[in-house]
Design a binder for this molecule. Sequence first.
Ligand SMILES: Cc1cc2nc3c(=O)[nH]c(=O)nc-3n(C[C@H](O)[C@H](O)[C@H](O)COP(=O)(O)OP(=O)(O)OC[C@H]3O[C@@H](n4cnc5c(N)ncnc54)[C@H](O)[C@@H]3O)c2cc1C
Length: 404
Amino acid sequence: MNIVIVGFGVAGATAAEAARQHNPEAYITIFSKENDLFYYRPRLLEVVSGQLVPDKVIAHPKSWYDERGIELRLGETLREINIQEKIVRGSTGSRQQYDRLLLAVGAESTRPFYFGDKLDGLYAVRSLNDAWSLNLYAKGKNRVVLIGSGLLGLELAMALAKQGLAVTVLERGDRILPRQTTPGSAELLRKKLAAFGLEFILKVEADRFEGVKKIEKVVLKNRQNLPADLVLLSAGITPNLSLATTLGLKIDKAIVVDQYLETSLPGIYAAGDCAQFLGVAGGLWTTSRAQGLVAGTNIAVTDPAARIQYSPVPPSTALKVAGIDLIATGDLDPEAKLRGVEVVTDSIYRKVVVDAEGCLVGFTNVGSTRGNRELSQVLSAKIKLPPETLTDLAKLDFDFARLA
Ligand SMILES: Cc1cc2nc3c(=O)[nH]c(=O)nc-3n(C[C@H](O)[C@H](O)[C@H](O)COP(=O)(O)OP(=O)(O)OC[C@H]3O[C@@H](n4cnc5c(N)ncnc54)[C@H](O)[C@@H]3O)c2cc1C
């Protein structure tokens, strides 16, 4: 059997390993646009901050893949898939026959258009190459303007602050980290990050960049000017959908897959940031790895009955910023449409949210990790909580044995 995997991120690499475990005979080839061996993408933050050199984030040496009979075509973008002949073609013109195909092509940083975006000093971090280039460019610079206060944006802001740069974060919404916070937790988080020297400007949008050859300032839509030596874009991710579009696969926000992670074309699977299961598109490392495992198994087994199903876990976010614990799991109901209870102190914020049946559907904890594990278990177990428990559940000293 010929297995072709497109993309060598965590989804593609995990799938290759799983495929080998389930099929010792299969011929497995990975096409990768990037030149580097599979690396830990979340650790790029440490490359940006200068704590790690690029070699240190690589997962396995080339020999690891050789020993497992996994052929790597690095620096070779897959350009064409001929589903009639079951042949793929890479950017160097090489051809490869396939029986099963996995699209694990991930996503790219979203790059909105700005006047001045051809000037030097504009960065977005997705690849190892991006992270290392940014680290080198930032040396000796003073001021960064970061556009977007999402999770990755805040982590990049801290990575650059660690290098001694003054970072101003622009957010067009009315609170930072809008997808993972409630107004209460965002405010506490903002205060904690400000203590590290980060400055935030809310409800603003960048209009253009100005400078001679390189960026020297950012002009906002409200005409305010911010001096800047470099600009970092963190405006979300866009799944890589060009191959799927050419194939005519069913696409919504990303490539739509079923419980086996098979796309609308039999024999072609998708996993990771490029895939969408039950309406949810990727964006997380753990999800991509879990999907890589399922898709890698399913493309390798010969008996369709041996295929395994993917069951998602509620998305959980843990912020890695030094000294700040933040977990945001499930539905935090920032608009207060469900029933939720908040506990706020000077340094801690916790919110728990239940649905109409009284089951925990989301929680967040800022400034403390206490109860995270137990709350995650209550959420996954879908336990119906007695109404009188809800208020107590948000308290830091809640005795979870009461739910046993
Ligand atoms: C700096 C950073 C920090 C992060 N931190 C976290 C974190 O703390 N927690 C978390 O859960 N998530 C985090 N993420 C997100 C997480 O890394 C991604 O969800 C995950 O890496 C997605 O894996 P993937 O394999 O689906 O796609 P990717 O990692 O994007 O890999 C896809 C690969 O396919 C290649 N490719 C695309 N098209 C082609 C083609 N036509 N031919 C050949 N190759 C192609 C791409 O170049 C890429 O190498 C972070 C992301 C970044 C950038």
